[in-house]
Design a protein around this ligand. Structure first.
Ligand code: GLP
Length: 268
Protein backbone atom coordinates (compact mmCIF):
# COMPACT_ATOMS: atom_id res chain seq x y z
CA UNK A 1 0.00 0.00 0.00
CA UNK A 2 1.20 3.46 -0.82
CA UNK A 3 -0.19 5.89 1.74
CA UNK A 4 -0.09 9.59 0.93
CA UNK A 5 -1.29 12.18 3.43
CA UNK A 6 -2.27 15.64 2.21
CA UNK A 7 -3.14 18.75 4.18
CA UNK A 8 -6.70 18.94 2.89
CA UNK A 9 -9.41 17.35 0.77
CA UNK A 10 -8.71 19.61 -2.20
CA UNK A 11 -5.15 18.28 -2.49
CA UNK A 12 -6.51 14.73 -2.35
CA UNK A 13 -8.78 15.57 -5.31
CA UNK A 14 -5.95 17.19 -7.29
CA UNK A 15 -3.71 14.18 -6.74
CA UNK A 16 -6.47 11.73 -7.74
CA UNK A 17 -7.11 13.80 -10.89
CA UNK A 18 -3.41 13.52 -11.78
CA UNK A 19 -3.69 9.74 -11.60
CA UNK A 20 -6.72 9.74 -13.88
CA UNK A 21 -4.96 12.08 -16.32
CA UNK A 22 -1.90 9.82 -16.26
CA UNK A 23 -4.07 6.86 -17.24
CA UNK A 24 -5.89 8.74 -20.00
CA UNK A 25 -2.61 9.95 -21.48
CA UNK A 26 -0.82 6.59 -21.27
CA UNK A 27 -3.46 4.27 -22.68
CA UNK A 28 -5.23 4.41 -26.02
CA UNK A 29 -8.38 2.78 -24.60
CA UNK A 30 -8.32 3.41 -20.87
CA UNK A 31 -10.80 1.69 -18.61
CA UNK A 32 -11.65 3.66 -15.52
CA UNK A 33 -13.57 2.40 -12.49
CA UNK A 34 -15.69 5.11 -10.87
CA UNK A 35 -17.21 5.68 -7.46
CA UNK A 36 -20.06 7.77 -6.10
CA UNK A 37 -20.48 9.37 -2.66
CA UNK A 38 -19.45 12.85 -1.59
CA UNK A 39 -15.70 12.16 -1.51
CA UNK A 40 -15.03 11.82 -5.27
CA UNK A 41 -17.16 14.86 -6.23
CA UNK A 42 -14.13 17.15 -5.93
CA UNK A 43 -12.14 14.75 -8.14
CA UNK A 44 -14.85 15.00 -10.82
CA UNK A 45 -14.81 18.80 -10.50
CA UNK A 46 -11.05 18.75 -11.10
CA UNK A 47 -11.44 16.53 -14.15
CA UNK A 48 -14.12 18.80 -15.60
CA UNK A 49 -11.82 21.79 -15.03
CA UNK A 50 -8.97 20.03 -16.81
CA UNK A 51 -11.22 19.02 -19.69
CA UNK A 52 -12.44 22.62 -20.05
CA UNK A 53 -8.82 23.77 -20.10
CA UNK A 54 -8.15 21.28 -22.93
CA UNK A 55 -5.87 19.22 -20.75
CA UNK A 56 -7.66 15.93 -21.25
CA UNK A 57 -10.22 14.19 -23.40
CA UNK A 58 -12.50 11.31 -22.46
CA UNK A 59 -13.41 10.24 -26.02
CA UNK A 60 -11.64 6.88 -25.73
CA UNK A 61 -12.45 6.26 -22.09
CA UNK A 62 -14.71 3.41 -20.94
CA UNK A 63 -16.04 3.57 -17.38
CA UNK A 64 -17.50 1.06 -14.95
CA UNK A 65 -19.15 2.28 -11.78
CA UNK A 66 -18.80 0.35 -8.56
CA UNK A 67 -22.45 0.21 -7.67
CA UNK A 68 -26.05 1.22 -8.36
CA UNK A 69 -29.22 0.95 -6.31
CA UNK A 70 -31.38 -2.05 -7.05
CA UNK A 71 -34.56 -1.44 -8.97
CA UNK A 72 -34.13 2.28 -9.52
CA UNK A 73 -34.92 4.06 -12.74
CA UNK A 74 -31.84 5.72 -14.21
CA UNK A 75 -33.80 8.95 -14.54
CA UNK A 76 -34.43 8.99 -10.78
CA UNK A 77 -32.31 11.84 -9.38
CA UNK A 78 -31.13 9.43 -6.64
CA UNK A 79 -29.75 6.88 -9.12
CA UNK A 80 -25.98 6.66 -9.39
CA UNK A 81 -26.45 7.08 -13.15
CA UNK A 82 -27.93 10.53 -12.44
CA UNK A 83 -25.08 11.25 -10.03
CA UNK A 84 -22.47 10.41 -12.68
CA UNK A 85 -24.25 12.40 -15.41
CA UNK A 86 -24.54 15.41 -13.15
CA UNK A 87 -21.05 15.32 -11.69
CA UNK A 88 -18.99 14.19 -14.67
CA UNK A 89 -20.47 12.73 -17.84
CA UNK A 90 -22.60 15.77 -18.84
CA UNK A 91 -19.57 18.05 -18.63
CA UNK A 92 -16.91 16.14 -20.59
CA UNK A 93 -16.61 14.59 -24.06
CA UNK A 94 -17.21 10.99 -22.93
CA UNK A 95 -19.45 8.79 -25.07
CA UNK A 96 -22.21 7.75 -22.64
CA UNK A 97 -22.49 4.47 -24.53
CA UNK A 98 -19.12 3.60 -22.99
CA UNK A 99 -20.25 4.26 -19.43
CA UNK A 100 -21.60 1.33 -17.44
CA UNK A 101 -23.23 0.82 -14.06
CA UNK A 102 -24.29 -2.50 -12.50
CA UNK A 103 -28.00 -1.95 -12.99
CA UNK A 104 -30.80 -4.32 -12.08
CA UNK A 105 -34.38 -3.32 -12.69
CA UNK A 106 -37.46 -4.87 -11.15
CA UNK A 107 -38.08 -7.74 -13.57
CA UNK A 108 -34.38 -8.54 -14.00
CA UNK A 109 -32.54 -11.35 -12.27
CA UNK A 110 -29.79 -9.85 -10.09
CA UNK A 111 -27.62 -12.96 -10.49
CA UNK A 112 -27.68 -12.74 -14.29
CA UNK A 113 -27.14 -8.99 -14.16
CA UNK A 114 -24.08 -9.48 -11.94
CA UNK A 115 -22.58 -12.08 -14.27
CA UNK A 116 -23.25 -9.86 -17.30
CA UNK A 117 -21.47 -6.95 -15.62
CA UNK A 118 -18.43 -9.11 -14.90
CA UNK A 119 -18.39 -10.19 -18.57
CA UNK A 120 -18.62 -6.62 -19.77
CA UNK A 121 -15.62 -5.63 -17.66
CA UNK A 122 -13.66 -8.58 -19.07
CA UNK A 123 -14.61 -7.71 -22.65
CA UNK A 124 -13.32 -4.18 -22.08
CA UNK A 125 -9.94 -5.63 -21.08
CA UNK A 126 -10.33 -5.20 -17.31
CA UNK A 127 -10.23 -2.04 -15.20
CA UNK A 128 -6.97 -0.08 -15.32
CA UNK A 129 -7.62 2.27 -12.44
CA UNK A 130 -10.44 1.90 -9.92
CA UNK A 131 -11.43 4.96 -7.88
CA UNK A 132 -12.73 4.09 -4.42
CA UNK A 133 -14.15 5.85 -1.41
CA UNK A 134 -14.59 4.13 1.93
CA UNK A 135 -17.65 3.80 4.13
CA UNK A 136 -17.38 4.69 7.82
CA UNK A 137 -17.81 0.94 8.45
CA UNK A 138 -14.94 0.06 6.08
CA UNK A 139 -17.09 -0.85 3.08
CA UNK A 140 -15.86 -0.42 -0.48
CA UNK A 141 -18.50 -0.13 -3.20
CA UNK A 142 -21.46 -1.56 -1.31
CA UNK A 143 -19.48 -4.51 -0.01
CA UNK A 144 -20.63 -4.28 3.56
CA UNK A 145 -18.75 -5.86 6.50
CA UNK A 146 -18.91 -9.69 6.28
CA UNK A 147 -18.93 -9.57 2.45
CA UNK A 148 -16.95 -12.42 0.99
CA UNK A 149 -13.43 -11.30 0.13
CA UNK A 150 -13.75 -13.28 -3.13
CA UNK A 151 -17.16 -11.87 -4.10
CA UNK A 152 -18.18 -10.77 -7.60
CA UNK A 153 -20.82 -8.32 -8.79
CA UNK A 154 -24.06 -9.12 -7.00
CA UNK A 155 -26.93 -7.71 -4.98
CA UNK A 156 -26.26 -6.66 -1.36
CA UNK A 157 -28.50 -5.63 1.49
CA UNK A 158 -27.23 -2.40 3.02
CA UNK A 159 -26.41 -2.21 6.71
CA UNK A 160 -28.27 0.08 9.07
CA UNK A 161 -25.09 2.16 9.47
CA UNK A 162 -24.81 2.73 5.70
CA UNK A 163 -28.51 3.57 5.47
CA UNK A 164 -28.13 6.08 8.30
CA UNK A 165 -24.89 7.56 6.85
CA UNK A 166 -26.50 8.01 3.42
CA UNK A 167 -29.90 9.18 4.67
CA UNK A 168 -28.59 12.78 4.56
CA UNK A 169 -28.79 12.55 0.76
CA UNK A 170 -32.54 11.76 0.70
CA UNK A 171 -35.46 14.10 1.35
CA UNK A 172 -38.34 13.00 3.60
CA UNK A 173 -40.46 12.33 0.48
CA UNK A 174 -37.88 10.15 -1.23
CA UNK A 175 -37.71 6.43 -0.60
CA UNK A 176 -34.19 5.30 0.30
CA UNK A 177 -33.30 1.98 -1.35
CA UNK A 178 -32.12 -0.73 1.03
CA UNK A 179 -30.50 -3.02 -1.57
CA UNK A 180 -27.93 -2.33 -4.26
CA UNK A 181 -25.89 -4.02 -6.97
CA UNK A 182 -22.18 -3.74 -6.35
CA UNK A 183 -18.93 -4.93 -7.88
CA UNK A 184 -17.58 -7.64 -5.62
CA UNK A 185 -14.39 -7.44 -3.63
CA UNK A 186 -12.64 -9.77 -6.10
CA UNK A 187 -13.86 -7.58 -8.97
CA UNK A 188 -12.23 -4.56 -7.31
CA UNK A 189 -9.06 -6.55 -6.59
CA UNK A 190 -8.76 -7.39 -10.31
CA UNK A 191 -8.24 -3.71 -11.20
CA UNK A 192 -4.62 -3.02 -12.16
CA UNK A 193 -4.48 -0.02 -9.81
CA UNK A 194 -6.83 1.04 -7.05
CA UNK A 195 -6.94 4.60 -5.81
CA UNK A 196 -8.82 5.05 -2.56
CA UNK A 197 -9.72 8.57 -1.46
CA UNK A 198 -10.70 9.26 2.15
CA UNK A 199 -11.30 12.63 3.75
CA UNK A 200 -12.73 13.82 7.05
CA UNK A 201 -12.56 12.71 10.69
CA UNK A 202 -15.53 10.33 10.35
CA UNK A 203 -13.34 8.07 8.17
CA UNK A 204 -10.34 7.97 10.56
CA UNK A 205 -11.23 4.67 12.26
CA UNK A 206 -12.11 2.89 9.00
CA UNK A 207 -8.84 4.13 7.48
CA UNK A 208 -6.88 2.85 10.47
CA UNK A 209 -8.59 -0.57 10.27
CA UNK A 210 -7.97 -0.72 6.52
CA UNK A 211 -4.26 0.05 6.79
CA UNK A 212 -3.16 -1.45 10.08
CA UNK A 213 -5.93 -3.87 11.05
CA UNK A 214 -6.08 -7.55 10.19
CA UNK A 215 -7.28 -8.45 6.70
CA UNK A 216 -10.85 -9.27 7.49
CA UNK A 217 -14.30 -9.34 5.94
CA UNK A 218 -15.32 -7.18 8.88
CA UNK A 219 -13.42 -4.32 7.23
CA UNK A 220 -13.76 -5.03 3.49
CA UNK A 221 -11.26 -2.27 2.59
CA UNK A 222 -8.54 -4.16 4.51
CA UNK A 223 -8.27 -6.54 1.53
CA UNK A 224 -6.41 -3.73 -0.25
CA UNK A 225 -3.40 -4.74 1.86
CA UNK A 226 -3.22 -7.68 -0.57
CA UNK A 227 -3.38 -5.52 -3.73
CA UNK A 228 -0.16 -5.04 -5.65
CA UNK A 229 -0.91 -1.44 -6.60
CA UNK A 230 -3.11 0.17 -3.96
CA UNK A 231 -2.69 3.91 -3.47
CA UNK A 232 -4.44 5.51 -0.50
CA UNK A 233 -4.93 9.28 -0.65
CA UNK A 234 -5.86 10.80 2.71
CA UNK A 235 -6.36 14.22 4.15
CA UNK A 236 -5.02 14.92 7.65
CA UNK A 237 -8.36 14.26 9.31
CA UNK A 238 -8.83 10.86 7.68
CA UNK A 239 -5.23 9.99 8.63
CA UNK A 240 -5.59 11.22 12.20
CA UNK A 241 -5.94 7.78 13.85
CA UNK A 242 -2.82 6.35 12.15
CA UNK A 243 0.12 5.96 14.47
CA UNK A 244 2.88 5.91 11.87
CA UNK A 245 1.91 9.25 10.37
CA UNK A 246 5.49 10.48 10.10
CA UNK A 247 6.72 7.25 8.50
CA UNK A 248 4.13 7.55 5.70
CA UNK A 249 5.14 11.15 5.08
CA UNK A 250 8.82 10.22 5.04
CA UNK A 251 8.21 7.31 2.63
CA UNK A 252 6.21 9.61 0.36
CA UNK A 253 9.11 12.08 0.28
CA UNK A 254 11.46 9.27 -0.72
CA UNK A 255 9.07 8.15 -3.46
CA UNK A 256 8.87 11.67 -4.83
CA UNK A 257 12.66 11.79 -5.02
CA UNK A 258 12.70 8.50 -6.91
CA UNK A 259 10.01 9.81 -9.26
CA UNK A 260 12.04 12.95 -9.94
CA UNK A 261 15.11 10.89 -10.70
CA UNK A 262 13.62 8.00 -12.64
CA UNK A 263 10.23 9.30 -13.77
CA UNK A 264 6.82 8.51 -12.41
CA UNK A 265 6.05 4.84 -12.95
CA UNK A 266 2.68 3.30 -13.74
CA UNK A 267 2.06 0.01 -15.41
CA UNK A 268 -1.57 0.27 -16.47
C1 GLP B 1 -21.42 4.91 -0.37
C2 GLP B 1 -20.85 4.23 -1.64
C3 GLP B 1 -19.35 4.03 -1.55
C4 GLP B 1 -18.72 5.27 -0.93
C5 GLP B 1 -19.14 5.39 0.50
C6 GLP B 1 -18.66 6.66 1.19
O1 GLP B 1 -22.39 4.20 0.29
N1 GLP B 1 -21.46 3.01 -2.00
O2 GLP B 1 -18.82 3.76 -2.84
O3 GLP B 1 -17.32 5.17 -0.97
O4 GLP B 1 -20.53 5.23 0.67
O5 GLP B 1 -19.35 7.76 0.76
P1 GLP B 1 -18.92 9.27 1.09
O6 GLP B 1 -17.81 9.59 0.16
O7 GLP B 1 -20.15 10.07 0.80
O8 GLP B 1 -18.53 9.30 2.50
Amino acid sequence: MQIIIYDDAQQVAISAAQWVQGLIKEKTHPVLGLATGSTPISLYQELVKQYQADQCSFTNVTTFNLDEYHNIDESNPQSYRSFMQENLFNHVDINTKNTFLPTCEQAQNPRNQGLAYEDKIKQAGGIDLQILGIGANGHIGFNEPTSSLTSRTRIKTLTQQTLTDNSRLFTAQEEQPTTAMTMGIATIMDARYVLLMATGKNKAQAVKDMITGAVSANCPASILQMHENAVILLDKDAASALEDHSYYQWADKQNRKLNEEFGFYHNF
